[in-house]
Design a protein around this ligand. Sequence first.
Ligand code: ATP
Ligand code: MN
Length: 149
Amino acid sequence: MFSKILVPTDGSPVAQKAAKYAVKLAKETGAKILLLSVIDKRFMVNQSMPAIASPTHLIDTLEGYLMQAAEAYTKEIEKLCKKSNVLVKTLIKTGYPVEEIIKEAEKSKADLIVMGSHGKSALKAVVLGSVTMGVIHKDSRIPVLLVRR
Ligand code: ATP
Ligand code: MN
């Protein structure tokens, strides 16, 4: 049924829950998992800020920190894949999450995207997170499976 499942994660409990769901699904269907974490550029550049307010070394430090965090939470899912005999590949990219998710899904010819309805944001009342909204509204034919929080 599925041969490659793209699993975008920001490390939040909902995203990790979605990733675990995806691993089960991959095991059942014999699919491979492509794990993707996007270091969100929106956190790093702010056009309205004068350059002095966002010195390069601070941006590098922040990016390094986010990168390390991403390695840790993707490793958790990699371990689960190995335990479940599911082939996994991990990608950590810097950019805009919606764009990178769709770009990677198309490029790698994923036949399913499994993601969380929500992510890291504390805005609990929002119906769906903006990354989820963006992905389902993009012009793509790849089906999306949402795991609820
Ligand atoms: P918002 O970001 O709009 O304030 P939120 O953080 O609650 O709200 P989203 O960011 O849309 O919600 O997260 C929904 C899902 O999108 C997550 O469960 C995860 O699967 C995916 N996702 C979100 N951010 C990233 C990211 N930076 N890299 C990879 N996947 C992501
Ligand atoms: Mn988010």
